[in-house]
Design a protein around this ligand. Structure first.
Ligand SMILES: O=C(O)[C@H](CS(=O)(=O)O)OP(=O)(O)O
Ligand SMILES: [Mg+2]
Length: 238
């Protein structure tokens, strides 16, 4: 079994893919499903999301870290956490995480969303489904590598290595090294460029929330089907 970590999305994934956008899209996605959402629709563009408004969907997303005009929510797990989304589908579009999910879905056989909050459950799910490779794909920020995503990849890589034998690539070695040398999750996320940026925007609570380790067993799982609106990917709780 191979374990591969892409520090940025590359594509050509033959088997299991775990998409990571710790700050904040995949952390928020886990929270929506934990709070009862039936499904998530991750869109290719904000316009696709806005086109679904008024069809009983709630819209969540951001640009520049701030809520998109016309959307119901930003991209904040702390905003999502106290809400009840039972019976709702949340449509998401964000700067990095939703795009990385679309890259993964082009070829991946089994695509899951992972964060620190569901790290252990995501690793177990990946190991259970994989037949040849687990690819951990870091979304990054604006096509640049993000410490928060690489750190999370290292945490999940550690869990995977505890679950079975893997041959690992250089990306996995880098992620494991970052995980072992960047302190605890909150220290790592707080020291990242994006973590500092979110704190400067007054969103430091989201950074603290995203640093909680394995507090959720929800693993957002891509489901393929013809009934999915064009330009969207449907994820349900797995
Ligand atoms: O909302 C976020 O944290 C980021 C937006 S940005 O990098 O601050 O512009 O989006 P994400 O897609 O969750 O990385
Ligand atoms: Mg991000």
């Amino acid at each position: 079994m191979r374990l591969r970590v892409d520090l940025l999305p590359h594509g050509h994934y033959p088997d299991v893919v775990l998409v990571i956008d710790t700050l904040r899209a995949t952390t928020t996605a886990v929270t929506y499903l934990e709070r009862g959402a039936d499904a998530l629709l991750l869109t290719s563009t904000p316009e696709v999301a806005l086109g679904l408004k008024g069809e009983g969907f709630l819209l969540g997303g951001e640009r520049g870290g701030l809520p998109i005009p016309g959307f119901d929510f930003g991209n904040s797990p702390v905003e999502a956490q106290p809400q009840n989304f039972t019976g709702k589908t949340v449509v998401m579009n964000t700067t990095n995480g939703t795009g990385a999910s679309h890259v993964a879905a082009q070829t991946g056989k089994h695509v899951f969303l992972a964060a620190l909050t569901n790290a252990h459950a995501a690793a177990r799910r990946a190991r259970a489904q994989a037949t040849e490779e687990v690819a951990i794909v870091c979304a990054g920020t604006d096509e640049r590598v993000g410490l928060e995503d690489v750190y999370t990849a290292g945490v999940i890589a550690e869990y995977l290595l505890a679950l079975g034998e893997f041959s690992i690539d250089d990306g996995a070695r880098i992620a494991l090294t970052v995980r072992r040398n960047s302190g605890n999750p909150l220290e790592a996320l707080s020291s990242s460029v994006h973590g500092a940026r979110l704190s400067n925007l007054g969103l430091g609570e989201d950074v603290r929330y995203a640093a909680e380790l394995s507090t959720s067993t929800v693993v957002p799982t891509l489901v393929q089907g013809d009934d999915v609106p064009e330009g969207t990917l449907r994820f349900i709780a797995g």
